[in-house]
Design a protein around this ligand. Sequence first.
Ligand code: SF4
Ligand code: SF4
Length: 418
Amino acid sequence: MPLKYLQKYKDEVSHCVRCGACQSTCPTYSVAGDESMVARGRMALVDAVIDGRLDITKGFAKRINSCLDCKRCIVACPSDVKVDEIIYAAKAEIAESFGCNPLMKFFSKGLVLRGWPFAYFLRFFGILKRIFYDPLPDSFPLPLALKVNGIKRSFPDVGGKPLRNIYKGVQSVDEPKGRVAFFVGCATNSIYQNIGEATIEVLQHNGIEVVMVEDELCCGIPFLSNGDRETASSLARKNIERFTSLDVDAVITSCATCGSTLKHYDSWVDDENAKKLSPLVMDIHKYLAEYTDYTKGLGTVNKKVTWHDPCHLSRGQDVKDEPREILRAIPGLEFVEMRKPCDCCGFGGEVSFNDYEMSMAIAKGKVEAIKDSGASGVATGCPACKTHIDDALHHFNVKSEIHHTVEYLAQSYRAGRK
Ligand code: SF4
Ligand code: SF4
């Protein structure tokens, strides 16, 4: 039977010359030490599946589904193999063979696609977590996805009023210098409303009008990662239609993963307008650096802060210098680089649930780098990285705060107004 998603990558996969340049950069290989857990091995497996030499087995699924989509191999690869696109196509093929994860299926078909108030479902989940999960001691027997090294996984508090219910319509300013739409993203809408509030605050401080889109949908990445192309494509097409029909200069994201997903819709969504959306999508750091004079009105923030490069920002959107420039511009803030700031934190979406032990083993290096930097705070640009690093800090008993850059910037503007 011809493969539905992988067949078109036959030629692309053959570009892998098995040079092994990806090996030393791959976080899953560094933990597993197994050739099938690096891009070279994964491409060899995909090649065998395309050629019919290998069936789509559970073992194949394990190797493919453990890829973190950190894109480090793509940067290292001399043949420019599109490892991320191939892995997503392989995941879709795996879902064709074995079906999607039932929990994700419930989320997609039962909640997200039916337009249920997803954020309110998360609030309910947050209440259950506070009542039943949080009081459990570390000694309580939990599945491997929730406990490693005898330490219980910590989750952020889910709850609070969804950001898009607090901020509706146009967040206006006097004599606007620009007009942007804000793609909030599910995590910021339902968990980290403070990141969203700070994003709006810094944009308004810089004279930018912010358009909130009431019927914004999930960017689709959780479903793409789960191989559920149908749901991911449906969400993507609706977002493309909504965000390209707006009269705005840019579509701003303060979630690196949402931003990278929206920017690259054209690589997997069959929609002409995906190409129109891509150049409009801009990470908040890049927008501030290129289109505003964000250094006006800054006040003192006396903190020592380091920066973690999210994979989907540094490699997914090529945004590396701008966050550092912003942090360095804040008076009183001492910026220090951590060791290997571009290393993945180990989250990888559902990978951290499928193999929490590996995920935490990768996060250990990040936590040690944070600790050794001597900083009391970490800035980053992705709510997913924040969640995982927060959990890892707790896991390895290291004290540090972690915030989005816009939260430090908003704090500085507030200090400047006093
Ligand atoms: S994306 Fe990251 S985890 Fe996946 S193969 Fe490449 S380097 Fe390894
Ligand atoms: S670096 Fe690229 S060409 Fe070399 S083995 Fe890895 S994926 Fe293949």
